[in-house]
Design a protein around this ligand. Structure first.
Ligand SMILES: [Fe+2]
Ligand SMILES: [Fe+2]
Length: 136
């Protein structure tokens, strides 16, 4: 198992500074969770990482939604629904780990995070950024 789950790559850049900065922090948090899950001996650290990612996602989505609103992004509702669904799924996986009801929950949450970060940033966030910046 490698130390890094998600390697930051400049292809993730969407061109809006504060959002790119937060995407990087989110990837750092996810990699930190990956390390803690692999070490598997500090339950409190795993719980802290899970909570940090939850808080980071919430704050990030709120900021991104503000940028979309100010930029009068026409697919705002659709994008916000995607954020809500991501946060709901993440919360569900997080609870499974916290309650220890699923021994595969760690792997599942990693796969989920890996896919949504890549898909959501590279498609939805990029499209939003291009359209919002084109209006400026
Ligand atoms: Fe987004
Ligand atoms: Fe984003």
């Amino acid at each position: 198992m490698t130390d890094t789950l998600l390697e930051w790559d400049d292809s993730f850049l969407i061109g809006i500074k504060e959002l790119d900065y937060e995407h990087k922090l989110l990837i750092d948090d996810i990699n930190r969770l990956h390390k803690e899950l692999a070490r598997h001996d500090e339950r409190s650290e795993i719980e802290k990482c899970l909570g940090d990612i939850h808080a980071r996602m919430q704050a990030h989505f709120a900021l991104e939604e503000r940028v979309m609103k100010e930029g009068e992004y026409e697919y705002f509702d659709e994008h916000r629904s995607a954020h809500d669904a991501l946060l709901d799924s993440y919360t569900e996986y997080m609870i499974r780990i916290l309650n220890d009801t699923d021994i595969y929950a760690g792997r599942t949450i990693e796969e989920f995070l890996q896919h949504w970060v890549i898909d959501h940033i590279l498609t939805s966030d990029k499209r939003m950024s291009l359209m919002v910046q084109a209006r400026e």
